[in-house]
Design a protein around this ligand. Structure first.
Ligand code: PRP
Ligand code: URA
Length: 209
């Protein structure tokens, strides 16, 4: 069973409350999503393996530690996942970025794929899938299934808000994928929106409504 990690750090909870506020405009929303993504990525990367390397300080030689193991790839789900890329990239500047374009059909709520471009060596990388909203879980699950079909074995899912329904779906369909989120909300509305949530993340990021 995959583990759900809720990042309860006070900075995360404070910033999350501001992006929930309907009065927060697109610029602040974008900046805060970026900052939140950086803070949640800190937890996502907590178990990365380290290796000892020798470094020479101005004083003497010493053994330092650097990240070892698989290279990292980040895969935002378009559109809203784009808002999380810079925050993660600032922590892991060497990560390659793949894009998966999915939108939810407003009637069925099922994800519809419209774009995909992944790094050529994607299967060798530790992949972090980015999407601020895990609602029914359909979009994230479809993206993860797609990555697995491309041979990816190491996947983590990073979001900012998750509904219990979405968590349940990912745990059922992808028990090997750990979920990282800033909060778990109460439930979904009949139209598949997270309650209390923050509204439509894509529209709030890009000012499209
Ligand atoms: C939103 C969000 C997720 C998806 C979550 O995208 O960014 O990708 O819905 O819902 P789910 O868990 O029920 O699949 P949306 O389809 O609104 O597209 P957008 O990001 O282009 O606005
Ligand atoms: N997508 C969003 O942007 N918000 C929700 O509440 C659910 C799906």
């Amino acid at each position: 069973m995959s583990t759900v990690h809720v990042v309860s750090h006070p900075l995360v909870q404070h910033k999350l409350t501001i992006i929930r506020d309907q009065e927060t405009g697109p610029k602040d929303f974008r900046d805060l999503v970026e900052e939140l993504s950086m803070l949640v990525a800190y937890e996502v990367t907590r178990d990365l393996p380290l290796e000892e390397i020798e470094v020479e300080t101005p004083m003497c030689k010493m053994k330092g530690q650097m990240i070892a193991g698989r290279k990292i790839g980040i895969v935002p789900i378009l559109r809203a996942g784009l808002g999380m890329v810079n925050g993660v990239h600032r922590l892991i500047p060497t990560a390659k970025v793949g894009h998966i374009g999915l939108y939810r059909d407003p009637e069925t709520l099922f994800p519809v794929e419209y774009y995909c471009k992944l790094p050529t060596d994607v299967e060798e990388r530790q992949i972090i899938v980015l999407d601020p909203m895990l609602a029914t879980g359909g979009s994230a699950s479809a993206a993860i299934t797609f990555l697995k079909k491309r041979g990816v074995h190491a996947i983590k899912l990073m979001c900012l808000l998750a509904a219990p329904e979405g968590i349940e779906l990912i745990q059922r369909e992808h028990p090997d994928v750990d979920i990282f989120t800033a909060a778990i909300d109460e439930k979904l509305t009949d139209h598949g929106y997270i309650l209390p949530g923050l509204g439509d993340a894509g529209d709030r990021l890009f000012g499209t409504k």
